[in-house]
Design a protein around this ligand. Sequence first.
Ligand SMILES: Cc1cc2nc3c(=O)[nH]c(=O)nc-3n(C[C@H](O)[C@H](O)[C@H](O)COP(=O)(O)O)c2cc1C
Length: 370
Amino acid sequence: MLNVAYRLGVRPLLFSLDPEVAHNLAIAACRQISELSILQAIAKSTFYYSDSRLSQNLWNLKFTNPVGLAAGFDKNAEAIGAWSNLGFGFAEVGTITSQAQAGNPKPRLFRLPSDRAVLNRMGFNNRGAASVAVDLQKYLRAHKLSIPLGINLGKSKVTALEDAKFDYAESFRSLYEFGDYFVVNVSSPNTPNLRDLQATDQLCAILAELNPINIAHKPILVKIAPDLNDADIIEIVKACQAYGVAGIIATNTTISRQNLVTTHIQITGKSVTDEAGGISGQPVRDRSLQVISLIWQTTQGNLPIIGVGGIFTAEDAWQKIIAGAAIVQVYTGLIYESPAIVKQILQGLVTKLETHGLDNIQQAIGLAHR
Ligand SMILES: Cc1cc2nc3c(=O)[nH]c(=O)nc-3n(C[C@H](O)[C@H](O)[C@H](O)COP(=O)(O)O)c2cc1C
């Protein structure tokens, strides 16, 4: 009902705006929810859904449901009090870099409605770790979050690739006390050469730099790209296991332009193959699912996976979970379907559990392999 109203009323309005303007409006609205308890109550009564069968403990954290907000939506952690009231079971903020940076020139965010996709080359626009830390401290002094908060870290553009480990470490130190889990993001296509850090020697150097800072043994995850080949994924996953990484986030956006219905980007008039950036949404769904399956098979289900990429429905989320994802995240689905998508997915997951005669969501993880 709610997303029908969104599709007919709010979405045409938002889609008539420049995508980044629409995003900024959405964040501004979520900031208000984050600040005002009356709006929290309204959001909660509209969007929140709870069922104890969807709850699980992971890394000593309680996830009341398995659907989280993916990185990139709340880059500066401006609206962290909103996400639980919109129904999410966890939220990941960032990507945050040690240096404040403006990101790539605009326009840098495009909708591809015929593909139910988004193309972005934002380039880690964010206020920098120190500044975000100040705001997080202020907010968390006055409010207690009811869901786990993930903090996604990236490399500052000005930092040379060989110094990446120091850059990640600086952000990790600044933000350490505020995150329940942390993500080493080495998979954005929008920072030059960042994805080279997925090479195991480079990745291990970053992880080694973070380990001594991690005195409370907070979970550190690695977020990978869907464009890696299977052999590279297996190598990364094995290196992550050897380094005690807590989990893998699969996946980031894709640089592939295969199988798109969209041929041109309207605003620029350019062919979609000539526009730099990563594609999210439906086109990344199947590869993300394959990557999750591969990780699960490589680790025999012993390394938790956060599944992300093209989740629009409960069926999409279920497929990710039975392929091996312990929890999942949504970004593009939110743009096309509104926050009502979360409740809808959660209700659908409960139905799936009942249909399969399962008592809780944990029993569904990796089910496709058993
Ligand atoms: C506009 C936009 C910005 C994003 N920014 C980030 C980011 O800063 N860090 C990151 O790790 N992922 C980022 N992502 C990737 C998402 O977190 C997610 O991995 C990807 O979009 C696939 O999920 P989806 O199909 O549900 O959108 C971004 C995605 C979009 C659409």
